[in-house]
Write a protein of this length. Structure first.
Length: 524
């Protein structure tokens, strides 16, 4: 695309970077003779009605973000569409900023608490301006933050994460399994598909944690692990990772990382004031007094425990939370994770590998038969080698099919989630919170060879908690005569599930929301 002219005006000069949404280019505005940055959204390239509608929606939402004018928000100058080798793609024209990405700065290690407070204040000012305009970032992370030579923090790609979701609509973040955002920085409510402005504050809490400690609050090997950690695990205190972090940072960051949005700071403005108070506070702090019984030469513990203190951002105590209707597990109770092989993949690979084994067995049988004498011996040798090859192919296909993909069902005190994996990538994933469910049960249970199997998991949604029709269609959530919805079950894309593997975790975590198989909710 180098030297290509976009919109009859912007000449691409050199690529600055590339990410999941597209590429960022340095370009020259030939009308005004100035250098600009152009983001080409290649994710939305292509033809067809679906791509055309997605690009039109992107341009509508990009126009809203272009109205933002703030010193800490990269300005959007222009937008449009252009024909490229990948098809028709939309593009944004932004001011070309000088500086270093915060992700590159973090690769050199943690920063001082004073720098973290100053940059955090700049980001809060930008978020407050955008939230007042009704715009949520949804993808706040170090790679979307630039530190200028003057030491100010600039927030990039405002609203682009949602605008580039091919399935987003005006009233819902996503109506499919597509996850908008970056899992290591994603708020629990955003992982469930219901983001709000305080979701940006949670993401900023993850960034601040990383700034002052040099690592993320949660460590996980993959997307599902990060989502599960945000939904179920308590974050450690920053001082437990880096002992020289002042105590005020523990209170601020742990408040931001609260699972409940209402327990966080009320808005970005309040958080900015708290960060500036910390920035101007004395940098020294007295050590904790020694215990009367402690030995003066006793060494401190190598790993301080994670703090559990959560101070509200205001001086008034928040009202106590309402008692949950479902069972709340004791501290430390891990989530129940159940994995099932994908039957269509097993069948596919068994057929493929068995034919491959038969061909090899036939070739081996011919070679073996040529080395023997007598018709009976040749036929027997050929049949044995052919049978061995076919059996080995079927066994290899079964092993390959089981490893090629699986359904991972997670049940914990926050809800019920499913992740469908195929060839090391997540095809579909969704999370259903207990707060949206009236009842949950197992349907179609029956015995086979001494084992009780269930055909589906059914839920009754609470009033106002039912997902959008498109979501129900995408995940084959069929409505039953009793008013329930099948959200997970057997069929072309789901395995048959031994009932005991889901009955116990659902009964333990859902508590009174779980109905025994065959039962329906009592009529109101």
């Amino acid at each position: 695309m180098r030297e290509q002219l976009l919109g009859g005006r912007y000449r691409l000069v050199g690529k600055l970077g590339e990410g999941g949404m597209g590429q960022v280019w340095e370009a020259r505005d030939e009308s005004l003779d100035r250098r600009v940055a152009v983001k080409v959204i290649s994710r939305l390239a292509g033809g067809g009605q679906h791509s055309t509608e997605a690009r039109a929606r992107f341009l509508r939402e990009a126009r809203l973000t272009a109205r933002l004018r703030h010193p800490s928000i990269a300005a959007v100058h222009d937008l449009g569409e252009a024909d490229t080798e990948d098809g028709r793609v939309p593009f944004l024209v932004m001011e070309l900023l000088q500086g270093e990405g915060l992700d590159a700065r973090l690769r050199r290690g943690a920063v001082s608490p004073r720098d973290a407070a100053r940059w955090g204040g700049h980001l809060c000012d930008a978020l407050a301006h955008a939230h007042d305009a009704g715009i949520t970032h949804r993808d706040l992370k170090p790679s979307n933050i630039l530190i200028t030579p003057s030491g100010t923090a600039q927030l990039l790609d405002f609203g682009i994460a949602r605008a580039t979701d091919p399935y987003a609509t005006s009233d819902r973040l996503t109506q499919t399994g597509f996850i908008v955002g970056t899992p290591p920085y994603m708020a629990p409510e955003q992982a469930r598909g219901f983001p709000e402005p305080r979701s940006d504050l949670y993401a900023l809490g993850c960034v601040l944690f990383e700034l002052i400690t040099g690592r993320l609050p949660f460590q996980a090997p993959d997307t599902l692990g990060y989502l599960s950690a945000h939904l179920t695990q308590d974050p450690p205190a920053p001082s437990s990772v880096r002992p020289d972090v002042p105590a005020a940072w523990d209170d601020l960051v742990l408040t931001l990382l609260s699972k409940d949005p209402d327990a966080r700071h009320p808005d970005a403005g309040a958080l900015a004031r708290e960060l500036r108070r910390i920035d101007h506070a004395p940098t020294h702090h007295a050590p904790d007094p020694p215990s009367p019984t402690a030995s003066p030469t006793a060494s401190p513990p190598s790993s301080p425990p994670a703090a559990t203190k959560r101070l509200p951002p205001s001086s008034e105590d928040p009202p106590p939370p309402a008692a949950p209707r479902h069972h709340t597990p004791v501290d430390g109770e891990p989530p129940a994770v159940v994995s099932f092989a994908r039957p269509e993949l097993v069948t596919r690979y068994v057929k493929r590998y068995s034919w491959f084994g038969r061909i090899l067995g036939l070739c081996g049988g011919v070679v073996g038969a040529l080395g023997t004498t007598g018709t009976a011996d040749r036929l027997m040798t050929g049949a044995i080698v052919l049978g061995v090859g076919s059996t080995a192919g079927m066994a290899a296909g079964m092993v390959r099919g089981r490893s090629a993909g699986s359904d991972v069902v997670t049940v914990d005190h926050t809800g019920f989630s499913v992740s469908c994996r195929c060839r090391r990538r997540v095809e579909r994933a969704f999370v259903l919170s207990w707060t949206a469910i009236e009842h949950i049960t197992l349907g179609g249970t029956r015995a086979a060879k001494g084992v009780d199997f269930c055909d589906e998991v059914r839920v009754w949604f609470r009033a106002g908690g039912e997902p959008a029709p498109e979501w129900l269609t995408e995940h084959r959530a069929e409505k039953r005569e009793d008013g329930s919805f099948k959200v997970y079950g057997t069929g072309d894309h789901y395995p048959r599930v031994p009932a005991s593997r889901l009955h116990e975790p659902l009964a333990a975590f859902a508590g009174p929301l779980f109905l025994a198989p065959g039962r329906v909710p009592d009529a109101a």
